[in-house]
Design a protein around this ligand. Sequence first.
Ligand code: ADP
Ligand code: MG
Length: 698
Amino acid sequence: MSFLQTAIVYLKGVGTNRAEMLQKELGIFTLSDLLFHFPYRHVDRSQVYKISDITPDMPYIQLRGRITQFRTMGQKRAQRLVANFSDGTSNLELVWFQGAKWIQESIKEGKEYMVFGKPTLFNGSYNMAHPTVDEPDADGQKKYLRIMPFYTVTERMRARGVDSKVLMKLTNTLITDTRFDIPENLPLDIIQTYKLVSRKEALTQIHFPESAEQLARAEQRLKFEELFFIQLRLLKYKLKRKELYNGIKLENIGELFNTFYNTQLPFELTNAQKRVIKEIRGDVKSGKQMNRLLQGDVGSGKTVVALMCMLMAIDNGYQASIMAPTEILAQQHYQTITTLLGDMPVNVRLLTGSTKKKERAEILAGILDGSIHILIGTHALIEESVKFNNLGLTIIDEQHRFGVEQRAKFWKKNIYPPHNLVMTATPIPRTLAMTLYGDLDTSIIDELPANRKSIQTVHRTEANRLRVYGFMKEEIAKGRQVYVVYPLIEESEKMDFNNLQQGFEEISRIFPDNEYQVCMVHGKMKPVDKEAEMQRFVRGEAQIMVATTVIEVGVNVPNASVMIIESAERFGLSQLHQLRGRVGRGAEQSYCILLTGYKLSSDGKLRIRTMCDTNNGFEISEVDLKLRGPGELEGTAQSGVLDLRIADIAKDQLILQQARSAAQLLLDKDPNMTSSANQTLLNFFTEYTKHSKWGRIA
Ligand code: ADP
Ligand code: MG
């Protein structure tokens, strides 16, 4: 057992009580845990200033001098403790609004102290409120005259006297122990290429840097290391999968594919669609299992690409399936695909949670005997009972991001794993894709069909509401249809639901039923009712659909040209973009109107502005990542891969890219990491994959 694996109780200064507290409150069990409890910030106390040199714009500074003349000022509630402080160059006042008794007891008048705080100019002289007061370092010691780390501690710990300073002391004890040693875990050439400091330096200086530059280099090294091992693991996984699994060979482009392409396809494919189909075709005939991510903006035509890939599988005697995140989306896929196929001899079925027992049995039999070619559905598809005869391709249309493990479930369904295509509903930022889907190859549809006019997006407030209704009437008079979407967010569900109802009533009043038909769809409705309402809109009988975000995914009504989003400030960017993607699907000019209150937060403003400025989903996703941070992005939490200790996917994009290319290059040269130069790396990596919290890679 290495020194760092020693239980924390054996560290000097930690008894059984403190050990228990550290375990309970911070999850610190070993010396290593303490070492990896990084400071959340540092404060520069390396300098001592003179009072006579103080200027009004100074941040926190440190002074050295003597305290004299404690006195209590002010009345009852506004009472404060004031002391004079002098360093021989000048004087200032120290002020405490709380804790007077304790301070007077613990500070001795006339003795020398270091005080640390922010000087403020008041009535022509300086004072410092609630300064930190410490005894000066003993000769040769550098306890306080340094860039000081500040550590997270809990209230409980503080109440029992274990504060940031105590953690600093403990960490210092650990780092100065003669047995403290940190072996390098990165190969030399990577360290040199990226000019990284050694692991030992980094782990020491992240706590106790001697300068801001040193701190920055320590952070850089630790971020790189963290991201590097994640990438190495993902890429290694990808490599291993390619070695392990011989894919099903879909060699022929056959009858169905050609017939569809030549006679059924109602439009010319975009170049991007053609390129992506080629990339997929390259994979599926290679004899290796395909694992590919297909990204494309809303409306870029991913469905038809998916269908053509499924036809490749069927032409070669295999079945294919699509799994969608919601029932509505599954139904939509089913409709789109059966319509596109027309009377081609392809047997497509839909299986969801609400499929009736009898039909379900029939479908299960049909996939088992192979008479069903394409199965479309929700999560119901990965249930045990769903057994395919010969599944060749699975497509996952994702709204929430699955981890590697969840995706893998799907291909346990065959002796030979089927090919996998993962489609994202909206684009996700490059760095996030690199991390969440780092084990997949990527295809991007970066072009919209030529007939699309870009959607005009505007921001309107309550004051414009009547004009917005007027505009809706004009569009409806031209024969178009309109969506009005309300937020329905769980915490405030009841209120939101009332808003939706009121909105529906208001719209029904303004658009009376002798002239207009208004339908409503929300998540609480019974599936049959929902379906009936949707159908009224899809068939064009209703001109207005009032809805919650249930319409977000998949709904495809090309005649709808106006999307009105109520309380738009409450939606996330990617959700707004998704919603907007419901219009602009036909040849007509389409509009998106973002209705908000008058007062917007700065983030809210940026979201609205971004929506008005661009239609590009990739750009929007980057802004979204910066605004919300990776942890908050829809559906990323369950993947676990973003539980990062120090790196930040949004802020450390460059380091992430470096880490990925370093990992890729290393595996290109030495796929099994068996060269002597990579030996320490391999040892570390083996341990890392065993113990890392991120247990998603089997
Ligand atoms: P998404 O990528 O958002 O899933 P869809 O596959 O739903 O997009 O396609 C959006 C609409 O564009 C559909 O009505 C589809 O039929 C149409 N479409 C797809 N590809 C083309 C194309 N190359 N030219 C014209 N229309 C297309
Ligand atoms: Mg789609």
